[in-house]
Design a protein around this ligand. Structure first.
Ligand SMILES: Cc1cc2nc3c(=O)[nH]c(=O)nc-3n(C[C@H](O)[C@H](O)[C@H](O)COP(=O)(O)O)c2cc1C
Length: 293
């Protein structure tokens, strides 16, 4: 049986969804602007930009570089911080037309627990994406994601504080993603997100200077697709919880390929930055492709 041509999923975590396409963290804010433009109709779930305990301006510019083949970013989790998310963002997001999943990033296990505990007090968000995989901060972040024991500790800390669904967003940069995914599953995660950006760098060979002020950053582009397909395939065979694919989606066929590899939901990130109407274009394209099968 081909899992794709047998029919697309119409729910995820028990939430009815119009299709398999979701919005990737950091590329859609909290979904408010896209919703105001009527662009969420074909979106399954909105994954918010990372929320951190304190407000963050992010890294110094330049922090975005378009290589022509893909995008390098070192945004560094710029966000208004927990207090303003609770007092301003979540009340505004209560009116969103599609469910919001809060991406959370912290520098210690206990901070993950206390941040999620605080977020539990406000908002009608659908769940959490636990970001143990950001390549753009010095402490915490990716360090958790490369160590299955740390992934387990963070997942347990979040699990203790919420009954809402949790997905753990894994890193492709070092470590063994399959072991990290199993650790998340065994510690109470309801899904894993495969995966965050790949560490990359652009240098001017004349001066030796990097294009991003911080040096290296996270690389995203359609060129990631085969890398992400392989990881979704590997992780999907190792865990029983759903896999949310993230990386390299540009065309309707990319979404179907990731579903065929074992994903239950597929995020679009850089593609959305280029074309905010991409989710609806993908939905229409997927219908066309499946009608032809
Ligand atoms: C500008 C930018 C900011 C991002 N910020 C975050 C973030 O705050 N938290 C996170 O988990 N991932 C973040 N990501 C990673 C994306 O959510 C996504 O996993 C990655 O870009 C791969 O998907 P894509 O190839 O469709 O862009 C960011 C990506 C970009 C391009």
């Amino acid at each position: 049986m081909n899992p794709v041509t047998e029919g697309l999923p119409d729910s995820f975590w028990g939430i009815p969804v119009p299709g398999p396409v979701a919005l990737a963290s950091g590329t859609c804010g909290f979904g408010l602007e896209l919703d105001a433009m009527g662009l969420l109709a074909d979106v399954a779930l909105v994954f918010s930009k990372a929320v951190t305990p304190e407000p963050r301006d992010g890294n110094a510019p330049p922090r975005i570089h378009d290589t022509g083949y893909g995008l390098l970013n070192s945004i560094g989790l710029a966000n208004p911080g927990l207090d303003r998310v609770l007092s301003e963002v979540l009340p505004a997001a209560a009116g969103l037309s599609r469910p919001l999943v809060l991406n959370v990033a912290c520098e210690s296990v206990s901070a993950f627990g206390s941040t999620v505990a605080a977020l539990e007090a406000g908002g009608s968000h659908a769940g959490y994406e636990v970001n143990v995989s950001c390549p753009n901060v010095e402490a915490g972040g990716m360090a958790f994601g490369v160590d299955p024991a740390a992934v387990a500790s963070v997942t347990r800390a979040v699990r203790r504080e919420t009954r809402r669904p949790i997905t753990v967003k894994l890193t492709p940069n070092g470590g063994d993603m399959v072991s990290a995914a199993k650790a998340a599953e065994d510690s109470g995660a309801d899904a894993v997100t495969v995966c965050n950006t790949f560490l990359g760098m652009k240098l001017d060979w004349r001066t030796g200077r990097p294009a991003l002020a911080r040096g290296a950053g996270g690389y995203s582009s359609p060129a990631l697709l085969p890398l992400v397909v392989a990881r979704v395939w590997q992780v999907g065979r190792a865990v029983r919880i759903p896999v949310i694919a993230s990386g390299g989606v540009w065309e309707p066929g990319d979404v179907l390929e990731l579903l065929a590899a074992g994903a239950s939901l597929v995020q679009v990130g850089t593609g959305l930055l280029r074309r905010p109407s991409l989710p609806s274009e993908l939905a229409a394209g997927i219908r066309d492709l499946l009608c032809g099968t």
